[in-house]
Write a protein that binds this ligand. Sequence first.
Ligand SMILES: [Mg+2]
Length: 403
Amino acid sequence: MTSTATPAPTSALAHPDAALRAAQPGEATIDRIAHVALSSVVLPLATPISDAKVLTGRQKPMTEVVFLVAEITTEGGHTGIGFSYSKRAGGPGQFAHASEIGPVLVGEDPSDIAKIWTKLTWAGASVGRSGLATQAIAAYDVALWDLKAKRAGLPLAKLLGSHRDSVRTYNTSGGFLHTPIEQVIENAGASLANGIGAIKLKVGQPDWRTDIARVTAVREALDPDVPLMVDANQQWDRATAMRMGRIFESFDLVWIEEPLDAYDAEGHANLARSLDTPIATGEMLTSVAEHMRLIEVGAADIVQPDAPRIGGITPFLKLAALAEHKQLEIAPHFAMEIHLHLAAAYPIEPWVEHFDWLAPLFDEHLETRDGRMYVSDRPGLGFTLSEQARAWTVATAEFGRRP
Ligand SMILES: [Mg+2]
């Protein structure tokens, strides 16, 4: 060291504005994870939610969503927040698994996200590399990406390398099966007025004519240019899906979502080959390996990965590379607070699903305008946990020491 004018990296790291100025040489490799906090947050839903899985008797109406929230703090004072989630069941299991494997994070360099993902996976390898175990890892992985982007002073989309500053967005929450059609049409109008560009309707009624009547009513109520999608939530058999798909061809839908069981790759592939309307699926899959099977056989024209469900942003990026290789569109499922950034960084024009359910959990909100959702200029994911989220916290765990 020949210059005394260069500040020592350690003192620069401790500065509260460290993320706002350029890193010093070597600084990026010297920080360590000091403290990890886990929270289980139960978000109540205003109305019990029903899709086709409820009408076929396979699931009860959904009344809450349970979030696994991870907050990571480094010795240098950098922080990251991430989350995973579960619906109807699995929240305590995700929390328990994350609590067991979480201590391996302490002392790791937070920049080594791929290494940490692998370490967390091996810490819990006995229970597998998909499903609940992977979803427990997702909360940590998302927090580490949030931390890395915050430290760089960049929105996550910019850190990954954006293709656009906004993403086409569509509404789902107004078109569930429990909602009377008059209300669905009113909800659609409100969504469009709020800058959301397209409307998705749930289908899969016991009487298929009800599906046709509802989609027809919405199609006729809205401007013909408004894009429409339908979502059967896996509840048709192959013959019904083909018949419904052929009937729906004249509706010029953007896609038909989950017409079949999530793991019926051949059935989806046959539909995708046979219909002009694009087939979308993938939200229920819980690993990149499961997605690979669908992509390999051409099961989906539009892939719908869910970063929290497949283990976080690290595996999502691997999946995105596979999807791009096949020139597929993506329309990530749920969790727009994470997926907006990932969609903005995907080369082929994607869609983001607008769900306002998570709004009470955060102090910040996303902007929608002219049919698109905008990446904010806030660093990282761009969200801080609200007091309401703290109030809905039912369990906590922590590892390490606060710096
Ligand atoms: Mg869906």
